[in-house]
Design a binder for this molecule. Structure first.
Ligand code: BES
Ligand code: MN
Ligand code: MN
Length: 464
């Protein structure tokens, strides 16, 4: 594919500048204050799809943020690839922990990215990875041409649960008909250890509100005699886990698919450097469910984490107060075949059952998501494997990821197709954290790999 490589070489600087331009748009989906910027990002992306050569480009309104669509149907006989991605980003907070402003991208070298990395919110998750597909598409159109039909569907609500995309997929199932969904929103093990994600965890996300007395009280006058909701919430949270770090909610593990010893042995062959892992996080020891390795704890096992907790006085100095209320946001990552709604109900029942009479507890469920697993014995997996093998010079390793992309299971349900999780980020790219970044190596390697996927996929689907 030399024509293609020449094209990429010739236009790589422009590709980067276009991405940087998009990274300057603060498309934070969770915060209504950014709604206009989210829309601006959708418009920008639709323009870029048009200039890349896509037909039927449209910005679809939803009850929330818009969905960007575009396609190129070259021959209805050929297989159709539906490219999915998201242009929305997580809130950049806490701002003071960023070394440079989150929406003013800069390129800096790091230990793991000696060729430089783009630092900005969304650089890796998912603007940088999504945009690789737009540029690979442009490069194919301008050189060897397409070997498959392509449809783009890029949403602005992935980071808030993709609820409206689910509605859109059902409504436009015919328009979106495809043979496979292709997305880059996951990681590889390292820049010299390619991997393909074969599983995603599901999610149940809950907010709890604990109310004690009807107002904040003097902690000397009333302390010791009245239930303190912050104390009580901490005690209740402590009861969510057993001493062996397993989850104490009755019935929680009932539907968990037990992974065979053989498969566990296989997955633990993936390179993992515990010393480097601890050093990266500046921790002396890891922690997790007894009997499982770190790789297993972050892939095939469910978890429970407090994502945020607040209540009482958190300003400067000391204020003596017994607060009226305490809150926490709690998430559970789920594995096949756990059902998010059922898990949410189990959580609620248990949480209410351990609440002492001195407080009142309200459980508010947030969005959830189904886990997903992708088989490795399909033409699409084989095509992704061959494409990566070509550009990385070695076979990718199948790896189940700890993250969630809830819409992936819906693609299977609505379109009846599997997804290929052809991600190029690194787990150390600080997505959702301050100083999120994406390697230039990863950006360009992705653009180079994607056209090979199309070629191998059309060959494997239509052996002639
Ligand atoms: N791209 C991530 C998911 C991800 C990251 C998968 C790294 C595998 C490796 C996605 O944007 C994300 O952050 N998903 C959320 C779920 C969503 C419902 C908010 C998540 O996993 O927390
Ligand atoms: Mn993402
Ligand atoms: Mn994300």
């Amino acid at each position: 594919m030399t024509a293609l490589n020449n094209y990429l070489e010739e236009h790589k600087e422009r590709f980067l500048q276009e991405l940087l331009e998009m990274l300057r748009i603060p498309s934070v989906s969770a915060d209504p204050a950014f709604a206009n910027d989210v829309r601006r990002n959708a418009e920008y992306l639709s323009q870029k799809l048009i200039s890349a050569g896509a037909d039927n480009v449209e910005v679809f309104e939803t009850k929330g943020h818009p969905i960007v669509y575009g396609d190129k149907i070259i021959n209805p006989e050929l297989p159709t690839v539906l490219v999915y991605g998201h242009y929305d980003v997580q809130p950049p907070d806490p701002l003071d922990l960023w070394d440079s402003p989150p929406f003013e991208p800069v390129i800096k070298k790091t230990e793991l990215h000696p060729d430089g990395a783009i630092f900005a919110r969304g650089a890796c998750d998912d603007k940088g990875q999504m945009y690789m597909h737009v540029k690979a598409f442009e490069a194919m159109l301008n050189t060897d041409g397409l070997s498959c039909n392509v449809k783009f569907m890029i949403e602005g609500e992935e980071e808030v649960g993709s609820e409206n995309l689910g509605v859109f997929c059902k409504e436009y199932a015919e328009k979106l008909a495809c043979d496979v969904v292709l997305l880059s929103d996951t990681s590889i093990l390292a820049n010299d250890v390619p991997s393909i994600t074969t599983g995603l965890r599901g999610l149940s996300y809950i907010e709890v509100e604990v109310t004690g007395p009807n107002k904040d009280l003097h902690s000397g006058v009333f302390g010791g005699a009245v239930g303190n909701p912050v104390n009580v919430l901490c005690e209740m949270i402590a009861k969510l886990k057993n001493d062996d770090k397993s989850i104490a909610i009755p019935g929680f593990y009932d539907d968990v698919v037990v992974v065979s010893e053989a498969e566990r042995e296989e997955m633990n062959k993936a390179p993992f450097d515990m010393a480097a892992y601890k050093k990266f996080l500046n921790i002396d020891e890891v922690e997790g469910e007894q009997g499982y390795t770190t790789l297993e704890r972050t892939s095939i096992r469910p978890t429970l984490d407090v994502n945020g907790i607040w209540g009482g006085y958190i300003g400067e100095g000391a204020k003596t107060v017994l607060p009226s209320k305490a809150f926490a946001k709690i998430s559970m990552r789920l594995v096949p075949n756990q059902d998010p709604d059922k898990i949410t109900q189990l959580f609620q029942d248990y949480f209410e059952s351990i609440a002492p009479d001195s407080v009142n507890v309200v459980v508010h469920p947030h969005h959830g998501g189904m886990p997903a697993v992708t088989p490795t014995d399909t033409p699409e997996y084989e095509a992704a494997k061959k494409a990566m093998a070509l550009t990385f010079g070695k076979d990718p390793i199948p790896v189940r990821s700890g993250g969630s992309i809830p819409i992936v299971s819906l693609f299977e349900e609505v379109f009846g197709v599997k997804s290929v999780l052809l991600g190029f980020g690194l787990n150390s790219d600080d997505i959702h954290s301050p100083n999120e970044h994406y390697g230039l190596f990863n950006f360009y390697r992705g653009i180079e790999t994607i056209p090979h996927f199309y070629k191998f996929y059309s060959e494997l689907k239509n052996p002639s």
